[in-house]
Design a protein around this ligand. Structure first.
Ligand SMILES: Cc1cc2nc3c(=O)[nH]c(=O)nc-3n(C[C@H](O)[C@H](O)[C@H](O)COP(=O)(O)OP(=O)(O)OC[C@H]3O[C@@H](n4cnc5c(N)ncnc54)[C@H](O)[C@@H]3O)c2cc1C
Length: 452
């Protein structure tokens, strides 16, 4: 059996960022040059840059010309077998017109201006959305609360005149972002060929005897269809919307009666709807949040509920009973009230707890780590533990990467750390492995993180 150097689980934006970086092992991320980030504001010409200009949008002329990496063999496995398909599915399902992050936050780890250049190349600046002209911050705990500011500071915060001109602070449209990802996969890094369709069920660390320190020889990665893959290193980039990790309240588990599946659903199913329809080659019709005239209860008050319903009240459900005769739900609420209706949407999010994640049970057993409120205490290089080269991306890395870990900016930050760690382990003599100061690292990660 062939053992790949790196196996990435997941094909979303985070996986795309790290795969791009690992497939270009001899290229350093371009240092952030704040002066360059304003190129859009005064002209439509991209900043001359030798490396990004050499990226031709012609078949066979990619950065990764026919070779994934001269040093690392790389494989990506995703349930849908396509890059960033879940991203597209969730934005369509929730009818989100544009990203909430700006154009400097994206998936190309080697070119900060890649998205802006793509917009100009394809003449699609009309698909950029402007940030609100005025931003008010009224959180009483926030340092910059508008309530605490004097006139001068308020003026400074509402920097409309200069920002209006700067496309750097524009929000890309949904279709634009998807087309950018596709362009990056196909023409810039040539990554379609490393993609394998499959759902990982189990990750088993095979340990070698290396004296007192436990050391993984390789990982056995088992797919749903029984296939076993072998990898020296594994990167988990499975994202925040895994149906397997959907948060199901206890009152749902206590429902005794059988009820029609479509009458009680979790919003995570909505997010996967489009991708699943494509896979089963069924006609892709827009998913229905509810039927006309239906009385709907949305439980949970997070992001997805706000995107689906205009107004919300906050109550807790104590009990749910399905009435077979009338085909309706009867809910007992914490207020003592009762609700009768046709459909329940659980907008209760997904669990964030490595202890409950079946993908991580094998490594947790062999390499137990401290877990704080569901977050694992992993290394600075985002490795699970010393001797266990399993790397994490996304929300699980929040203790190292910070609160933006789940966002595109978190993917950028995580991929730099992981690639550096892998490079160091693979080639300790590489002069580029010289220690960068922590401050330098933080400054690099903080660039472009405004307005996430
Ligand atoms: C509605 C919404 C809007 C968002 N908007 C923004 C935004 O504007 N800006 C921003 O910065 N962030 C945004 N985010 C946050 C974040 O950037 C996205 O969630 C993003 O999709 C995360 O990328 P990812 O690669 O970690 O996960 P995903 O995009 O969820 O991709 C994970 C992939 O892993 C695969 N997978 C999962 N489990 C397995 C398995 N066991 N085996 C094989 N494959 C598996 C899935 O099929 C999927 O393709 C948004 C999130 C949501 C939910």
């Amino acid at each position: 059996m062939v053992t790949v150097d790196v196996l990435i689980i997941g094909g979303g934006p985070h996986a795309l960022t790290i795969a791009s970086l690992l497939s270009s092992p001899n290229t350093e991320p371009r240092p952030n040059d704040p002066a360059q980030s304003s190129w859009c504001s005064d002209s439509t010409k991209p900043t001359p840059d030798k490396r990004c200009c050499s990226v031709k949008r012609k078949k066979g002329k990619t950065k990764n010309d026919g070779l994934v990496s001269p040093q690392l063999s790389l494989l990506v496995v995703d349930s849908y077998g396509e890059w960033t398909t879940l991203w597209e599915s969730q934005f369509t399902a929730l009818s989100i017109p544009h990203l909430r992050s700006h154009t400097l936050v994206h998936t190309d780890p080697l070119n900060k201006h890649a998205l802006q250049e793509f917009i100009l190349k394809t003449d699609r600046s009309a698909e950029l959305h402007r940030l609100q002209d005025q931003v008010y911050i009224l959180d009483e705990n926030a340092f910059f609360s508008d309530m605490r500011l004097g006139k001068k500071e308020k003026k400074r915060l509402n920097v409309t005149s200069s920002l209006k001109k700067s496309l750097s602070f524009s929000l890309p449209g949904t279709t634009l972002s998807v087309d950018f990802f596709k362009d990056q996969v196909r023409w810039v890094y040539n990554l379609d060929k490393v993609m394998l369709k499959g759902t990982v069920e189990n990750i088993i660390p095979v340990v070698k005897d290396a004296g007192s320190i436990k050391q993984v020889k390789h990982f056995k990665v088992q797919l749903q269809d029984g296939t076993i893959l072998q990898a020296k290193r594994v990167v988990i980039a499975t994202g925040p919307s895994r149906a397997q990790m959907a948060n199901i309240p206890s009152w749902v588990k206590n429902i005794g009666e059988a009820y029609p599946e479509e009458r009680l659903q979790h919003t995570v199913e909505l997010m996967h709807y489009l991708s699943k329809s494509k896979q089963t080659q069924t006609e892709v019709v827009p998913s229905k949040v509810c039927e006309k005239g239906h009385r709907v209860m949305v439980v949970g008050g997070g992001l997805t509920s706000k995107m689906n319903v205009p107004s919300l009240i906050t109550v807790q459900v104590s009990e749910a009973v399905w009435c077979y005769k009338n085909q309706v739900w009867s809910l007992s609420l914490s207020t003592g009230d009762h609700w009768t209706g046709d459909k329940i949407w659980l907008a209760t999010g997904c669990k964030l707890d490595v202890n409950q994640d079946p993908l991580l049970s094998g490594v947790m057993k062999e390499f137990p780590v401290q877990v704080i409120d569901g977050w694992p205490c992993i290394t600075e290089g985002l490795q699970w533990a010393e001797g266990c080269p399993l790397y994490l991306m996304g929300q699980y890395t929040a203790l190292q990467v910070g609160p933006h870990a789940v966002n595109l900016a978190g993917g950028q930050a995580a991929s730099v750390r992981i690639a550096k760690d892998i490079r160091q382990q693979k080639n300790p003599a590489d002069p580029r492995n010289g220690e960068k100061s922590k401050t330098e690292d933080y400054i690099q990660h903080m660039h472009g993180l405004l307005w996430l």
